[in-house]
Design a protein around this ligand. Structure first.
Ligand code: ZN
Length: 399
């Protein structure tokens, strides 16, 4: 059935001028018309569902490019995960996927689960049996024995095992491959955050095998060495990109940044809604270093996308706006931030042409909010409805 959505203002993409007094016609999950209200209304079938949000703004659905649906965002997600069977875990993941919709997120990238469950949930959503955002699933992240997130089951030793695990993930239905190029905060028993986990040859093997299968590669890399190796290996996105060297010292390198830009690699720093508390824990000096790194990457021309690492302690699935506010705090303009979270992210994830903007032929992924998010990001908290590939969810903006 047709859905005719009339809105006061449409941002077809965050960098375009808004279109006023607009209507959007959705048919078979696709945007089939968008433009002046009366013109579009004339194209709708007589029995079309009609929704009016005449004082609201419609914009592309948001893209949270880094989540872990298998983690529950509680104080100890690993223990909770370990004590869950597949069925209860999948039920929890489905709930958390719906929380993403409550934050206006219509596309997400799951960067590490157990057993390929995020791919199973993706298939349930795609088949219409569950309601949730479009999921790109990395399934099980590759790590070294005892390395970062080893408890997810992705331990590999040497190039042969790396290639075999990439193929196994592909057969589990992975949309991309995640590789833990450095240690991580979440696994204190593994290598330090600034230490590399894989050799250059091993990362090249992972990328080669993944690309051979048509799968992009996301590399978790905090250390400058790991970033350099991942860039040289030809990964598609770098997660965190913290530019650390021994002792948590900051070591951003212009030559590597130049390569990131030249190779068209996107960076997702993955700081969640709790970034203010995190900055407080770091103390003023290290926090400022972190903020400056972000400004520096922007000034180097690195294309950033936004993910929250949702599922980790304190990183709730239903709050994306607080994470976007980090970029406003460090000086990005709001159109740019919204672009990073929609059109830019769609490009990074290989989805341009399908989502990330409101245009004829695109999937009907959009949100309707009270107010104007270009004037204040807080408008995104006044979410009225989310449309995820044509399927609607309604929210009380005064909740
Ligand atoms: Zn992560």
């Amino acid at each position: 059935m047709d859905l005719l959505l009339s809105v006061g203002r449409v941002l077809s993409s965050p960098k375009d001028d808004p279109i006023l007094d607009c209507a959007i016609l959705i048919r078979d999950k696709i945007i089939t018309a968008i433009g002046p209200r009366s013109d579009v209304a004339a194209l709708a079938s007589p029995d079309a569902a009609r929704l009016n949000y005449l004082s609201s703004t419609a914009l592309p659905g948001l893209i949270n490019a880094h989540v872990h649906l298998a983690f529950d965002a509680g104080p100890d997600p690993i223990t909770t995960l370990a004590s869950s069977d597949d069925d209860s875990l999948l039920t929890g993941m489905a709930t958390r996927a719906r929380y993403l919709l409550q934050a206006g997120v219509t596309t997400t990238r799951d960067l590490g689960d157990v057993g390929g469950l995020a791919a199973r949930l993706r298939d349930e959503i795609n088949a219409g049996r569950q309601h949730g955002p479009r999921i790109l699933a990395a399934t099980i992240p590759l790590t070294i024995p005892g390395g970062h997130c080893h408890f997810l089951g992705g331990e590999v030793d040497g190039e042969n095992e790396i290639r075999a695990m990439v193929r196994r993930n592909a057969s589990r239905g992975a949309d991309l491959i995640k590789v833990m190029a450095s240690g991580g905060q979440f696994t204190p028993t593994g290598p330090a955050m600034w230490e590399s986990q894989f050799s250059a040859a091993e990362l090249c093997a992972a990328v080669d095998e993944a690309h051979r299968l048509g799968l992009p590669v996301a590399a978790h890399a905090h250390g400058t060495d790991a970033i350099a190796t991942a860039v040289a290996a030809g990964v598609d996105t770098i997660e965190h990109c913290t530019w650390l060297t021994e002792g948590f010292r900051s070591d951003p390198r212009e030559d590597i940044a130049t390569q990131i830009v030249a190779r068209g690699i996107f960076v997702c720093i993955g700081l969640g809604p709790g970034w203010r508390a995190f900055a407080e824990r770091l103390g003023p000096e290290r926090a400022e270093t972190m903020f400056n790194r972000l400004r520096w990457m922007r000034d180097q021309g690195i294309r950033l996308i936004i993910g929250t690492d949702a599922g980790l302690p304190g990183s709730a699935f239903n709050d994306f706006v607080s994470a976007l506010e980090l970029y406003e705090y460090v000086g990005f303009n709001r159109s740019q931030i919204l672009e990073m979270a929609t059109t830019g992210a769609a490009n990074a994830l290989g989805l341009s042409g399908r989502t990330g903007r409101l245009a004829i032929g695109y999937d009907a992924d959009l949100i309707v909010v009270d107010g104007d998010p270009v004037a204040e990001l807080n408008a995104l908290r006044k979410l009225q409805m989310t449309v995820a590939r044509g399927r609607t969810s309604f929210f009380n903006p005064n909740r």
